[in-house]
Design a binder for this molecule. Structure first.
Ligand SMILES: Nc1ncnc2c1ncn2[C@@H]1O[C@H](COP(=O)(O)OP(=O)(O)O)[C@@H](O)[C@H]1O
Ligand SMILES: [Mg+2]
Length: 383
């Protein structure tokens, strides 16, 4: 068993609290993504797991072992960085086995933990390199130097170096961010396959929510050194716990509108000022405390429809809003529309069959079953 457990993990640099009382349980064989904006504490968290950074407080468990005082080399982890420094004068083969060859051998050490390390035979080293090269499609490139490789191939060598260590846990810090867009998507898929094949517990850091959504078994969304929510990609998308997660997950981002709830006698409506839409029947009890009070209405761009396009969603007159079409950006299957209602701008992803033109007033249907409501003070989701 080699999950990773972080208990009340804290890291301060002088006055900056980079990681603030973080609790996270990464399961054995799980691919866990830490995602959040730059500076939210992702790298600090990873470096503490690796042992490259001391903790200010809290515990780190790998498998069933408390590793706070275990040296990085003895934690049985392998880390892949954004800047995958390869040795330029060494072949791919030598780069991949560098860590294994340089493993220190110590005999009869008075420090028990050192006794457990052993040197690898050349045969064992070769087996590991050949296996990693096979997995990563590097077999024909083993004798090349890094400068004779493409960016993607170099990144695979860096991964290979991590794989040959056959660690209990992989730690990856934005390993794809130096690749161009196409290669990033490709390598992303390769990493997922690799994880399926090796089944090694992985903690993967990225600031890119698309990468997080496509790769993670679960995603821990971080902000300001805190985990905002940890769940499967789809649960984060459908049930964000707060405004931050709602705005961070999904692209284009969810629309937020300062609103109040009004009781029409017939049911509850979200009153956004320039338009009203109906609170879904099964959410009425949750919305009731916000009658005549401030709340934040949330709707994703993909949950707004052109009411004139038949069949996409059941027409509900109460949830149809007449709104100004401002800008239209064609994206192929969909168009991104900027809709204006008074001072309000909403982004909508509309099927490109829509006939609405810039400058039109168009009827847009809000899929209220998919809408959200947030408390403006606590920023927590009401539903
Ligand atoms: N060595 C350091 N000294 C001082 N402050 C640091 C150091 N490393 C990170 N920080 C600060 O800690 C916070 C979190 O940084 P980091 O973990 O690198 O975030 P992320 O990887 O999410 O971008 C930032 O405010 C950063 O400036
Ligand atoms: Mg970082």
């Amino acid at each position: 068993m080699s999950g990773v457990i972080l208990k009340n993990l804290t890291k301060s640099f002088n006055k900056v609290t980079a990681v603030n009382d973080l609790n996270l349980e990464i399961r054995d064989k799980e691919f866990m993504v830490l995602v959040g904006p730059s500076g939210c504490g992702k790298t600090s968290t990873l470096r503490m797991i690796a042992g490259l950074e001391e903790t200010t407080g809290g515990e780190i468990w790998i498998g069933d072992k408390l590793v706070n005082d275990v040296s990085p080399a003895d934690r049985d982890i392998a880390m892949v960085f954004q800047n995958y420094a390869l040795y330029p004068h060494m072949s791919v083969y030598d780069n991949m086995c560098f860590g294994l060859r340089n493993r220190k051998v110590s005999t009869k050490s008075s420090i028990p933990i050192l006794n457990k390390r052993r040197a690898f035979t050349n045969q064992e080293i070769d087996r590991r390199v050949q296996e990693a090269a096979e997995i990563l499609g590097l077999k024909t490139l083993l004798q090349r130097k890094p400068k004779e490789l493409s960016g993607g191939q170099r990144q695979r060598v860096a991964l290979g170096r991590a794989i040959t260590r056959e660690p209990q846990v992989f730690l990856m810090d934005e390993p794809l961010s130096n690749l161009d867009a196409k290669l990033r998507v490709q390598t992303r898929a390769e990493l997922i396959k690799l994880h399926r094949r090796l089944g090694i517990t992985t903690v993967y850091v990225t600031h890119d929510q698309v990468e997080a959504m496509t790769m993670g078994d679960r995603i821990a969304v971080m902000n300001n050194g805190l985990i905002q929510q940890c769940d499967t990609p789809l649960n984060l998308y459908h049930n964000p716990a707060n405004l931050f997660v709602a705005g961070f997950i999904g692209s284009p981002a969810m629309n937020f509108v300062q609103s109040t709830i009004v009781d029409t006698g017939d049911g509850l409506m979200v009153d956004a000022g320039s338009f009203k839409v109906a609170v879904p029947q099964n959410r009425v009890d949750l919305a009731r405390p916000y009658i005549d009070k401030k709340c934040v209405f949330g709707i994703r761009p993909e949950d707004i429809y052109d009411a004139k396009l038949p069949g996409l969603v059941d027409p509900v007159p109460a949830n149809t809003v007449t709104i100004d079409v401002d800008v239209i950006e064609p994206l192929g299957s969909h168009v991104e529309m900027h809709l204006k209602s008074g001072d309000l701008v909403l982004i909508a992803m509309i099927d490109s069959a829509s006939k609405a033109q810039s400058g039109d007033k168009a009827d847009m249907l809000f899929d209220m079953e998919k809408s959200h409501l947030f408390d403006p003070v606590s920023e927590r989701a009401i539903y």
